[in-house]
Design a protein around this ligand. Sequence first.
Ligand code: ATP
Ligand code: MG
Length: 364
Amino acid sequence: MTTIATEQMGSFYANVIDSVGDGVIVFDEVGGCALMNPAAEEIAGISRRQALGQGAMTLFATDPQLCEMIGKTAATGMTISDHENVVLMRSGHPTPVSVTTTPLLLDTGAKVGTIVVLRDLTSIRELERAVRHADRLSALGALAAGLAHEIKNPLGGIRGAAQLMERELPDGSDLREYTRVVLKEVQRVNRIVEELLTLASPRPLQLEEVNLHKVLGDLLLLQRRAVDDKRVTFMQQFDPSIPPILADEALLTQLFLNLIKNAVEAVEDGGRVRVASRVVSDYSMTQKGERRSRMVAVEVSDDGPGIRPEQLEHLFTPFFSTKAKGTGLGLAICQKIVTEHRGMITVDSDAGKGTTFTITLPLN
Ligand SMILES: Nc1ncnc2c1ncn2[C@@H]1O[C@H](COP(=O)(O)OP(=O)(O)OP(=O)(O)O)[C@@H](O)[C@H]1O
Ligand SMILES: [Mg+2]
């Protein structure tokens, strides 16, 4: 290691502390903030300039737990850690953090301050949530796949028998109405089973160059014809610079069909459904430092009643539906397809404001 001249040491240590990814704050003997690195500024939502000289109680007035830890370390010289319970409210939105407070000691053992180390746990918490969700899905998937196979065979029998019965019935028989109902309902159960199987059993992607706008345009054309019980205005706004993307065309069709159908089902008579595409350049899906890639974003929006906040978190759970005849598999399938394509699906909705689903897919 090269020797560092004494006069450079001060700035050397300052650089070290500024470069640390965790937030570091130091309070001096009398409790005033003496140092704050950029990571701490970001996590706490306070600028260094505002913070210097201020006490913990002033800086973190909205975070009593943190103040208590700092106060305790200052008073007793104990090191305290909490990796679970502290949620900072200071920056406006709740930020879960892990906190360690340590006494700042001189060579002599004299206590001259308190060091607070903060680590932002937001992305870790999100990851944990995603893993829990995936676990739930895969357990459910295995069960569903087994069940679906069991159901498919007897279903075939019922359909065959109903068709035979229909043939045996004399023309004009009232009983034909019943066989029709049986056949229609069998078809419905069959569809649910097929969807469950799609969700549960992984099928390798059949990648090809897909013209996204053709897929979307065809779907909109189809929906225009399919909607006959209410007036719906369809709008499309495509960015012509979007090149063909490498994807599974059948799955993308299913993805956007589910979203457009949901939008159509959500709007009132005279409502609007809009599908738009754009290139999201300079968009990083991953953590800092990794390669940034160009993505395409497709928005499917409607001016329907929107989704209530308490429903938002259940949206992608299989069988969550608020519709009388819904199976609640549509969005679960959408999420699976998007994940398989290394993309993202997000929803932005407020009750009374309409809903926008945004799908982001990699361009290369
Ligand atoms: N555009 C939207 N506007 C309002 N609510 C929506 C919208 N899209 C989805 N939802 C809500 O999310 C729920 C789940 O949607 P999902 O597509 O998974 O199932 P579904 O439409 O009810 O049934 P299906 O399996 O036939 O698609 C819906 O029942 C509805 O409550
Ligand atoms: Mg649906």
